[in-house]
Design a protein around this ligand. Structure first.
Ligand code: GLA
Length: 377
């Protein structure tokens, strides 16, 4: 796309969406043009919250709010061309303020758990808030999912949104000013690309992820236990009863954790107490972008590939979903009706010397990329 056309498209999208679509419904509007549109979504702690709608040339649509950096929908066609969101969520800000369990959110400063809510770094012990039993989960009481990010929309040739947040020294107990930038891009081949960058002025643990819940059928009345999954991982990290890794790196062979060849998610789930909520050690070598997982759904014909530079993948089968929150369209989000594929470093790494380090030092740049790419098979 030529730049001049892009600018025109952006303006046009603004006009089109402004009039007939708030950017979140499962609209099949033929007038939808590629680009990005911005609409007011409310105010939180005196800061303006917006909803951004990214549309590519295929008319695939992603909506993202700068409240929590949350992806609220990812609307793609099924095998019959019918569009719906494969990410659960809400079409207004209010339910996001009721603290749903991280629906679509950017999670930090440390995604996943830190055991006993503390870690020691360079001889000093840092006490964090225990917001998950005695452990810290997803950054603490007010993680990156509950703050308003600054948002800019670069006039790239493809629709993208840049979010920025400065996490202050001491915030939720973590050391150092952490400067975080996350760029969301909707690619031409229907990939939701997420690029994370961060720098710090003191050594600090950093683990950033996105906590979108997927149901590829686009309908939460369909259980995700019928979807099929491949995870390219020969090992996983077993956990204790509070979901803190015991430090072992264990082979998946002969266990319900073996997803090396595609299988139905529900096939062995009964053998895992509480359901899947574990970190898989990806087979990838180094930090290049590689395929980590592939999820498919036969009802809609959709397949989603997950590519990442990260070493781990937390696969969570929505074990704590209990119908308390209602998805767009009015259906309750019940147990096992959505799943997460959270690309990240291993849980509790700050307390596990044998896990890849999550410590970012001054002068270093934290950089991770994940792509969720949807197609019809
Ligand atoms: C993560 C955790 C789960 C759960 C959800 C939110 O995926 O691993 O145990 O806390 O977040 O409910």
């Amino acid at each position: 796309m030529k730049p001049i056309k892009t600018i025109f498209s952006f303006m046009l999208l603004g006009l089109v969406l402004g009039k007939c679509d708030n950017g979140t419904g499962s609209s099949n509007s033929p007038s939808l043009k590629a680009g990005i549109a911005k609409s007011d979504w409310g105010i939180v702690e005196g800061k303006k919250v917006y909803l951004f709608t990214l549309v590519n040339d295929k008319r695939t649509k992603v909506t993202i709010t700068n409240y929590g950096g949350t992806v609220t929908s990812f609307i793609t066609p099924d095998k019959n061309g019918v569009k719906s969101s494969i990410i659960i969520g809400f079409d207004s800000l209010q339910p996001y303020l009721q603290q749903p369990p991280y629906f679509g959110a950017l999670v930090g400063r440390y995604a996943n758990r830190i055991g006993n809510a503390k870690f020691t770094l360079d001889g000093k012990t840092y006490q964090l808030a225990a917001n998950n039993g005695k452990n810290t989960l997803h950054g603490g009481l007010k993680g990156f999912d509950k703050v308003v990010w600054d948002a800019t929309t670069p006039s790239d040739t493809i629709p993208s949104l840049v979010l920025h947040y400065l996490s202050r020294d001491g915030e939720e107990g973590f050391p150092g000013d952490l400067d975080v930038t996350v760029k969301y891009t909707l690619t031409e081949d229907n990939g939701l690309k997420i690029e994370y960058n961060a720098t710090t002025d003191k050594p600090t643990p950093v683990n950033l992820t996105n906590h979108s819940y997927f149901n590829l059928s686009g309908d939460v009345t369909n259980s995700i236990l019928n979807e099929t999954l491949m995870i390219d991982a020969d090992y996983y990290t077993p956990v204790d009863s509070t979901l803190i890794p015991n430090g072992e790196i264990q082979s998946v062979k002969g266990t319900p954790f073996d997803f090396t060849t595609t299988k139905k998610i529900g096939r062995d789930i009964d053998e895992v107490k509480g359901g899947y909520d574990h970190n898989w050690v990806l087979n990838k070598k180094g930090d290049s972008l590689q395929l980590a997982a592939e999820l498919s759904d036969s009802i809609s014909g959709r397949t989603m590939e997950v590519f990442t530079t990260q070493p781990g993948l937390q696969f969570y089968t929505g074990n704590f979903l209990d119908g308390k929150f209602i998805n767009r369209g009015g259906k309750p989000i019940n147990l096992h009706t959505a799943l997460c594929l959270e690309t990240q470093h291993f849980p509790d790494s700050p307390n596990k010397t044998n896990f890849p380090s999550t410590i970012l030092k001054p002068g270093e740049i934290y950089h991770e990329v994940t792509i969720y790419k949807v197609s019809i098979r």
